[in-house]
Design a protein around this ligand. Structure first.
Ligand code: TXA
Ligand code: MG
Length: 316
């Protein structure tokens, strides 16, 4: 079983030995390995049961490291890095040869992010290599936002889980690609699109995902799925049965009714984001036969939360 602790030096020692360590970030917990060590990266795919066509994000602690791994840094990317790094933003660039093909699933581009969690930054500063880290969950399942979530699913497969407490953001990073013809948002996430558009002074394209386009890796419509059947719907008043759980949001919805789970009674999107994955896991482990989730207003982090709810509800 993995040891759970707060010792970044110990985490660094495991990583230097080519082993995997689960690390806290402000978005979700990551399953990290030395990104330049192909055997270690291969182990990430094995432990997650992740298909090798789904590329990984490179985590760095200093954005000047970018020059080592990417060939071009467009001015707009510099604007976003300055405004939002460290933080819940990943950017995709044409890659340099030093980045192993396994990390990028053979793509000529690489995704890079600088996390803001202090423990992640301390750890990265102790290392002379970047960390490849997908979310620390079995492929297709809800991302982990606590060390306990990681331990439950991957604890018997890795030596160490670095415990940085519950994730502050609770949604995976927003991904913007600069390797596409025009800058394109590939994944809505913990940084609201409005903030990105404001920093750039313009709107940019937003990609919609599909199940049939392998050229858009990781953008599968069905993802983030609990095991209990999950669908979108509204809470229409007390339900006599206890077979259904309702995921709701805002002050017009119950806060104390049994089987109704309010992501944020005060309609705070950041609070809802922080709670979302932990509640989805909790409901998946209770004895419900169905989970019914209500969409949030499609703005700010609500758009990213809705993306996760829609994908959890998608059946292929
Ligand atoms: O917040 C996060 O981003 C977390 C923490 C641990 O940093 N990581 C995360 O990783 O969510 P993962 O592997 O679960 O999701 C990474 C996504 C995948 O959908 C993958 O397809 C996409 O990033 N991606 C990675 N490299 C890419 C590339 N070169 N081009 C397009 N998409 C890429
Ligand atoms: Mg993931």
């Amino acid at each position: 079983m993995a040891i759970i602790g707060t010792d970044t030096a110990r985490a660094a020692a495991h990583l230097k030995a080519g082993e995997l360590v689960a690390i806290p970030t402000e978005t979700v917990y990551g399953l990290a390995a030395n990104a330049l060590d192909v055997a270690a990266v291969a182990n990430i795919f094995a432990v997650k049961a992740r298909p090798s066509f789904d590329p990984l994000i490179l985590h760095i602690a200093d954005w000047r490291d970018l020059a080592t791994y990417v060939t071009a840094l467009p001015p707009q990317a510099l604007v976003l890095a300055t405004a939002f790094w460290p933080g819940p933003l990943t950017m995709v660039f044409p890659k340099r040869e030093i980045v192993p093909d396994l990390v990028t699933a053979g793509l000529p581009s690489v995704a890079v992010r600088m996390p803001s969690h202090p423990m992640a930054l301390t750890l990265l500063q102790e290392l002379d290599f970047p960390l490849a880290a997908p979310s620390a969950n079995p492929f297709g399942y809800v991302s982990p936002t606590t060390a306990a979530h990681v331990a439950k699913q991957l604890g018997d497969k890795i030596p160490y889980i670095l415990d940085g407490g519950p994730c502050e953001v609770g949604l995976e990073s927003t991904i913007v690609s600069f390797a596409t013809a025009v800058p394109t948002v590939l994944r809505k996430g913990g940084l609201a699109l409005e903030a990105i558009f404001e920093a750039l002074g313009q709107e940019i394209a937003v990609q919609t995902h599909s199940n049939s386009k392998p050229s858009a890796p990781g953008m599968l419509a069905q993802h983030y799925a609990p095991e209990v059947p999950f669908r979108l719907g509204s809470y229409l008043g007390r339900d006599a049965s206890s077979a259904k759980a309702y995921l709701v949001f805002g002050p017009d919805m119950p806060t104390t009714e049994p089987h109704v789970y309010n992501l944020s009674p005060k309609a705070d999107m950041a609070e809802a984001a922080r709670n979302l994955f932990a509640i989805m896991r909790q409901l998946d482990q209770a004895n419900y036969q169905e989970i019914v989730a209500q969409l949030l207003p499609e703005q700010g982090l609500g758009a990213a939360i809705n993306d996760r709810l829609r994908r959890a509800a998608s059946r292929g």
